[in-house]
Design a protein around this ligand. Structure first.
Ligand code: ADP
Ligand code: ADP
Length: 224
């Protein structure tokens, strides 16, 4: 069974000028298996973030259905969707969105507060993941004391802390220089393989997209 399956998903936005409906995604069919690494590419404004937000249940399609692990999300309440998200999905964005007043390890542990009961081994898990990304000796530092690449590594560890089934990454290397971007992609893929998590990443960098297991291109609202 696929981890996530989209059937005939469409999404339009209202043009604020003319008031017309502008289609962004048109009848998207997509099936992603557990453990896959998938890149989503396409020109700016083609709908990559819209698709990622729908995959992450942050946004709802106008029509079509989404199955997560075989269960339809269409009939869930906002609260039920939030529960699906916090238990199954980790997010990384272009900007790290770390809390500046919290230390590295406190930032990493924040998503565990959204769970009904935080796992007893959360701190050990945070330390182990920080070690795997080379930041264990900085777990009590503040985000401002880290480089851009190091902050994104912390954001990645935070996305993994609840042992999600799926990581959604929206241009995670977009604000980094080339070397840091490549190093972060190495780490993402290394941890993705060792943990078996499914990774879906929006990227502008073709070279990084080609390192993923599958590349999807959005063209005129459909996938190629
Ligand atoms: P990409 O990530 O590929 O750059 P987006 O998914 O962000 O593209 O946006 C696709 C199109 O949808 C753009 O034309 C954008 O202006 C429009 N759009 C995205 N979000 C909204 C919104 N909340 N309201 C209105 N239009 C939106
Ligand atoms: P990058 O090339 O990734 O942007 P930087 O030049 O920003 O890296 O940082 C290089 C190193 O210096 C990093 O390991 C970072 O942790 C450390 N560093 C950066 N800013 C500070 C700071 N304000 N206090 C302590 N260490 C810092």
């Amino acid at each position: 069974m696929p981890l996530i399956q989209l059937t005939n998903v469409s999404k339009s936005y209202t043009d604020p000028g003319s008031g017309a409906q502008v289609p962004v995604l048109r009848g998207i069919n997509l099936s992603i298996d557990a453990g896959e690494s998938v890149a989503i590419v396409g020109p700016s404004g083609c709908g990559k973030s819209t698709l990622l937000n729908i995959l992450g249940t942050l946004d709802l399609p106008d029509s079509g259905d989404i199955l997560f692990d075989g269960d339809s999300l269409a009939s869930l309440t906002a609260q039920q969707l939030a529960a699906v998200r916090s238990q199954n999905i980790g997010f990384i964005f272009q900007l790290h969105h770390l809390m500046p007043q919290c230390s590295v390890v406190e930032n990493v542990l924040l998503p565990t507060l959204a769970l009904k009961s935080a796992p007893a081994d959360a701190l050990q898990r945070a330390e182990s993941l920080l070690e795997q990304v080379g930041l264990k000796d900085r777990m009590n530092w503040k985000p401002a004391q880290l480089s851009g690449g190091e902050r994104q590594r912390v954001a990645f560890v935070r996305a993994l802390i609840n042992q999600p089934r799926l990581i959604l990454a929206d241009e995670p290397t977009g604000a980094l220089d080339e070397n840091s971007a490549e190093a972060l992609t190495d780490l993402l893929l290394q941890l993705q393989k060792s943990s078996g998590v499914t990774l879906i990443m929006v990227t502008h960098h073709r070279a990084q997209a080609d390192r993923m297991g599958r590349v999807l291109t959005i063209h005129e609202g459909t996938l190629q």
